[in-house]
Design a protein around this ligand. Structure first.
Ligand code: ZN
Length: 421
């Protein structure tokens, strides 16, 4: 962090049916600029999607600026106190302002693991940061993580916010224009729509101030897609730099050594044929030595379940997803190597063509009708409907942090540079 650089972090200012943290962050950024604190970057930082008590989408924000830390802190606290519903029990905002770097581990642990308010406060005190926690102070975790974040990979999201008079009313966004915008800019933008499932993805259904969000590789690409979207007038728009779509939540894991609430990439061998349970959820297990790992593709992942069902015992795979309640919930997987799926069955009789039966152990097959004998069984090779490569859930089922395959296949071993299981 250069001299004069400030980072202002906010988290947990949402309330059900109300504001969202990104809106407050955008408002704060504009107030900082008005007060003579130039803003260099606006960051939307997604954190562990499995954290208990997480806010919807577990988003924190950081504003990178230049100026007086005391003034920035005062403005940030004032914005939280003006807009955040401080009396809502589930809303526990945190404000952090630092003019010196926080340890990046503070971010890494909040995106891949579970953190405590106590540890966060220790880190903030050690770094001499200004901070204020409201309620139980839980928002300090995300606010500190957002300030500490470094993005080895980054994407962008343009968020358009609604006029306050329209909040809570149905959104007017032309769906056809979203399909056209994505068609014109994919794969440089993604997840505005889900073509396979004929669904709009980027327009929320919650009563918060977001009108829509366009995700992509650069500010230019999201702007270009946005220029094609027809909608009600937006109050204002902010282009956020973000860790969305980067797999920042994944760490390398080993079968049998996964912890609840973390997200992993795990290599292994398919242990049994996939099964489809009640509700259409698909289960398949991985084996590695004596360890087993149950993997799930739930019904909302739609067509993704078809490729999961095509896996067979012996296939070598890498699976990615969150480990919850003893299962890995698949976000994507790679087939590294397909098993030879062959079964044997009694051959037809060479004389009369009827199906033979076993003549006994190591004695070949025998025709019960004419007495014909065969030594070799018939080998039935199963035609595979899946090829080596990566497969992912559709946009409607994608988590914010999951890197879409349109950004290029993940490098293997995925997650290995990001910490240990
Ligand atoms: Zn025969």
């Amino acid at each position: 962090m250069a001299i004069g650089c400030l980072r202002i972090g906010l988290d947990d200012t949402d309330a059900p049916g109300g504001l969202c943290t990104t809106w407050l962050g955008a408002v704060l950024a504009s107030r900082l600029e008005t007060a003579g604190v130039p803003v260099r970057e606006r960051r939307l930082v997604r954190l562990n999607p499995n954290a208990p008590f997480r806010t919807r989408g577990n988003a924190a924000i950081a504003v990178l600026a230049e100026g007086d830390p005391a003034l920035a802190f005062e403005l940030a606290c004032a914005a939280v106190e003006e807009f955040a519903p401080l009396d809502a029990p589930m809303t526990n905002p945190g404000v952090v302002v630092a003019d010196r770097p926080l340890p990046v581990a503070c971010y890494r642990s909040a995106v891949t693991d579970l953190c405590t308010v106590g540890d966060t406060v220790d880190t903030l005190d050690a770094a001499g940061a200004r901070y204020r926690g409201y309620g139980n102070g839980r928002g300090l975790i995300g606010a500190a993580a957002a300030v500490a974040a470094e993005f080895p990979d980054r994407t962008y999201e343009l968020l358009a916010y609604r006029e306050p008079s329209r909040w809570g009313r149905p959104r007017e966004v032309n769906a056809d224009s979203l399909f056209r915008a994505e068609a014109a800019t994919f794969p440089q933008t993604w997840d505005s729509v889900d073509r396979e499932n004929d669904a709009v993805v980027c327009v929320p259904h919650t009563p918060d101030p977001v009108l829509f969000g366009i995700r992509g590789e650069s500010p230019e690409w999201v702007e270009q897609a946005r220029s094609l979207v027809l909608s009600e007038p937006a109050a204002f728009e902010t282009c956020w730099t973000t860790n969305q779509g980067t797999d920042a939540h994944l760490v390398a894991g080993l079968c049998g050594a996964l912890r609840e609430g973390r997200s992993y990439a795990v290599e292994g061998t398919i242990a049994d044929r996939p099964t489809t349970g009640p509700g259409g959820h698909v289960t398949v297990s991985l084996a590695e030595g004596d360890e087993r790992l149950r993997c799930m593709a739930y019904e909302p992942t739609k067509g993704f379940r078809t490729v999961v069902r095509a896996l067979r015992p012996g296939d070598r795979v890498v699976v990615c997803g969150s480990y919850r309640h003893g299962s890995l919930n698949l976000e994507k997987f790679a087939v590294l190597e397909l098993a030879a799926c062959a079964t044997i069955r009694p051959p037809p009789c060479p004389a009369c063509g009827r199906r033979t039966t076993s003549a006994g152990r190591d004695r070949g097959w025998k025709c019960r009708a004419c007495g014909g004998k065969v030594r070799e069984p018939e080998v039935v090779v199963e035609e595979r409907t899946i090829a080596p490569g990566w497969y992912e859930v559709p946009p409607i089922a994608r988590r914010h942090l999951a890197r879409p395959l349109c950004r290029g296949p993940p490098e293997l071993p995925i997650g290995l540079d990001r910490g240990n299981g």
